[in-house]
Every structure is written in C-alpha cells, then in structure tokens.
Design a binder for this molecule. Structure first.
Ligand SMILES: [Zn+2]
Ligand SMILES: [Zn+2]
Length: 444
C-alpha cells in the first residue's frame, strides 16, 4: 500500500510562514492499494489538492472511497472543493459513522447549502453514494476495512485498512480513555496492563500494524487544560503503538498553535520517549507531501475483528436510559446529553430506587454513578450481573475517580464503559451511543 499525506493540521487550516514544512491543510490522507483501489481518509482542506492530483493522473472515470472519521469541520471542509465530484462518470463513495439526528448525506449537504456554498450537493455531476458505518469489518475495493469507535466528543470511527498483506491504521480524533493510567501500566508488546477496556481495545485495534497514523495534537504539558476536547498526546500514542507492536507511527492532527519549530522539537521528544520506554517503533510527525510505502508483513491481519454492524439511526430512537446519580446536577446534564439523541431518560437518585425502576421499567441502558450514599454503583452492578434478566444490560459507570483500582473493579464486575467526571454533553452522548451500537443490534 502507498500512503500520501495531503493535510496534517487539526481544528482549522493554518497556512503561513510558520507552517511551511508540516503544512497548514486539515486532515486528508490518500491510501492506494497495489491493485489500484483509492481510499481517502478524511476530507479536510487537503482534499482540494488531492482531487486535482487524482484528476491529473486519471486515465478514465475515477472510483474512490472516502472514509470519514467524523464530520467536524476540519475533516469535511475540503469536500465541496474535491474536483472529482464535478466530473460526470466518476464514482465517489462516502463512508462515515452514523451521526445522531441527521444522516451523513444531510450533514455533508448542510455545509453546501446556498448560504455557505454556491453548488448544492444534488447538483454534483459525479455519482455519489453514502454509506453509514458501524463498528466491524467491511469489504471494499478489494480491501478489508475495519472500523472501531474512538473517544471523541462526536461519533468518530478509526479505520484499519488491510490489503496486499499489509495494514494501515488511522486514528484521528481520539483522546485517552484513562490518560493517567496508561504510562505506568503499559509494557512494550503487551496491552494487558492497561486499566481501561477502551484503551485496551484501542491498542488491540492497531495490533501488529505496519503503519499507524495517530492523533497527537497536544503535548503532555498542554493536555490537562484540554482534557475532554478529544485529542491525544505523543506519549499516549507512543505507548499504545509500543504495546501493540506497531512498526511505524506517524503522528498528526497538529495543533494550529504549533509552528514548524515547535513540532520539530516535539518530534524529538516523542522519539526520546519511545527509547526511554523501550518501544521499538519508528516515529515521525506527518507533513504535507509525506509519502510512504507499507510492505507486506507476516502478522498484519487482525484476526478477531467483529463482523460489520450497519449503522441504523432509526433503531436507536426511543431507547430508554436510566440515569442513576445522587447529584441532581449530574442527572440534569446527563438528561440533556441523552435526550437530544432521541433517548427517553429515566432518573433515580439511589441504588435502591434504581433497582426498583429496573424491575418495573426494564430500561435498555444504565448510566450509573460509582459513589452514592447507602448503595454504591459497584454494588448495584454486582446485583444486576447476578440476575439473568439484567446480566447483559449495558451499564456505563460514571465516576470522579480516575484511579486504576476502581477502573479495574468496574470492568471486572462487567461494566460496559467507565466515564470519568467531569464529562461534556457530546462526550457522554457519543460514549452511550457507542455502547448501544457496539456488537450489532440490541437483543432486548
Ligand atoms: Zn479534527
Ligand atoms: Zn473532531
């Protein structure tokens, strides 16, 4: 597989004398298989120049697949300027995660309404198809495409492209599930020490990949002030790649405030960090025009990938969620986060009240506070898991404690996810949605 970076910047395009080397265009990566299939990872402003290059190279009608991680601006703003869309005969397939209220087509049409752009999406001459993806394995263009949810304040997918005996994994925008726990517990070549199941799943998704392209927008010094914004540090990305035996790591989604000198310095720090931690991984920071070839390797195939789950927004409307927390402010915030997605929210302020409501109302998912007077969240979870009717009920634990012991205890008792307070509205909505869609359709 061949890879070329057309956009490496996060958040907003940042052209200027300070970003000449690493580039000012937002996220866009071209992946071409040996058989000639073309995948485009994200459609940030870098997609404009890529579209021109594809047309200049084309010997006939083009067929390309755009894999969108999500639809934040910096990942879609190049779409209306992607020239192949304006040429009849070209076939463009746009894939991305299902959002919440609107379809992928509606979201991309939104930025092309006449208020913002002179050409309506329905006027584009190319043949345009949309495919909303869930987690799992999809076959496209002779390649195996695996998708997995990331941790970001929006529904966001990471992609693993397997073709030609090689694999390339793209993980933007993502932030650690439990950042403070990853440094001490992770060992080279082994993800078992990670405390949070989300981080373990993240490491497993990139296992043995020839190339991983990972978000590293913030330095470790910047991260605490940017927690919950949905981005990683180089330390986290290096630790995950090291644990997953990744051979090459390219860090990207550069912060608009970081100029070339700054990024060069961070690149050196990232390499030093990998050496200190004993990780045998080649590291560089992405720049516009960076080209790479990922050769075939013996262990590139992710064997235990789940089957494809097609996204189905309608199936999630009217889901009943019980929020259990003794703090009324948290219940109000959770209710706001979940009702905007069309969920019906029930509330309980104690464990006892929650268990009675579960018997009476049989909710589809529980958001459960860990620390409550009388009966704590872990106690309630233990009771639920011991009863056949609620043994498989998805439970998202809410906690102010980001410590290893309670995180492990939660997962060992069968928590589906573990969310640390303070959380933001889009973050909780995305985490709950991922729990509801993970592993195929609901069985209740
Ligand atoms: Zn982004
Ligand atoms: Zn984003």
């Amino acid at each position: 597989m061949r890879i070329r970076f057309w956009g490496t910047r996060g958040s907003i395009a940042t052209p200027g004398p300070g970003t000449i080397h690493f580039g000012g265009n937002t996220s866009c990566v071209e992946v071409t298989t040996d058989a000639g299939a073309c995948f485009i990872l994200d459609c940030g402003t870098g997609a404009r120049a890529l579209g021109g290059a594809l047309m200049a190279r084309a010997r006939g009608p083009l067929s390309v697949t755009i894999l969108l991680s999500h639809t934040h601006w910096d990942h879609i703003q190049g779409f209306p300027f992607f020239v192949p869309l304006f040429v009849p005969g070209n076939r463009i397939t746009v894939c991305g995660p299902e959002g919440s209220a609107r379809s992928l087509r509606e979201v991309l049409s939104g930025q092309m309404e006449f208020t913002y752009f002179p050409v309506d999406i329905s006027q584009l001459p190319a043949t345009l198809t949309f495919q909303e993806l869930g987690e799992g394995t999809h076959e496209m263009g002779g390649a195996r495409i695996l998708a997995q949810y990331l941790h970001h304040p929006a529904m966001t997918l990471g992609y693993r492209i397997e073709a030609d005996g090689a694999s390339v994994v793209y993980l933007c925008d993502h932030e650690p599930f439990a950042e403070t726990l990853s440094h001490e517990s992770v060992a080279p070549g082994d993800d078992a020490g990670l405390a949070h199941e989300g981080d373990r799943r993240h490491a497993r998704f990139m296992a043995d990949a020839g190339l991983v392209i990972h978000d590293a927008q913030y330095t470790p010094e910047e991260y605490p002030a940017k927690k919950n914004w949905g981005h990683s540090t180089y330390e986290y990305a290096v630790d995950m790649a090291g644990a997953a035996r990744v051979r090459q790591l390219v860090l990207t989604h550069h912060d608009p405030a970081h100029d070339d000198h700054f990024i060069e310095d961070v690149e050196k720090r990232a390499r030093r960090y990998a050496t200190q931690r004993g990780h045998d991984v080649e590291i560089c920071f992405a720049f516009e025009g960076l080209e790479m070839t990922v050769a075939a390797h013996a262990v590139e195939h992710l064997a235990d990938a789940p089957p494809a789950a097609q996204a189905d927004r309608q199936a999630l409307v009217g889901i009943r969620i019980l929020v259990v927390d003794d703090d009324p402010d948290i219940r109000t915030l959770a209710k706001r986060a979940l009702s905007q997605d069309g969920h019906i929210v029930l509330e309980a302020s104690t464990g006892r009240e929650a268990l009675a409501l579960i018997d009476a109302e049989a909710p589809d998912l529980l958001v459960l506070d860990l620390l409550m007077p009388e009966q704590g969240g872990l106690e309630v979870l233990e009771i639920l898991r011991s009863r056949p009717a609620t043994a498989a009920l998805p439970v998202v634990l809410l906690t102010a404690m980001d410590d290893e012991a309670s995180t492990r205890a939660g997962f060992e008792l069968g928590a589906t996810d573990y969310v640390t307070k303070p959380f933001t509205i889009p973050q909780l909505a995305a985490r709950v949605r991922a729990c509801l869609t993970r592993g195929g359709p609901r069985t209740t």
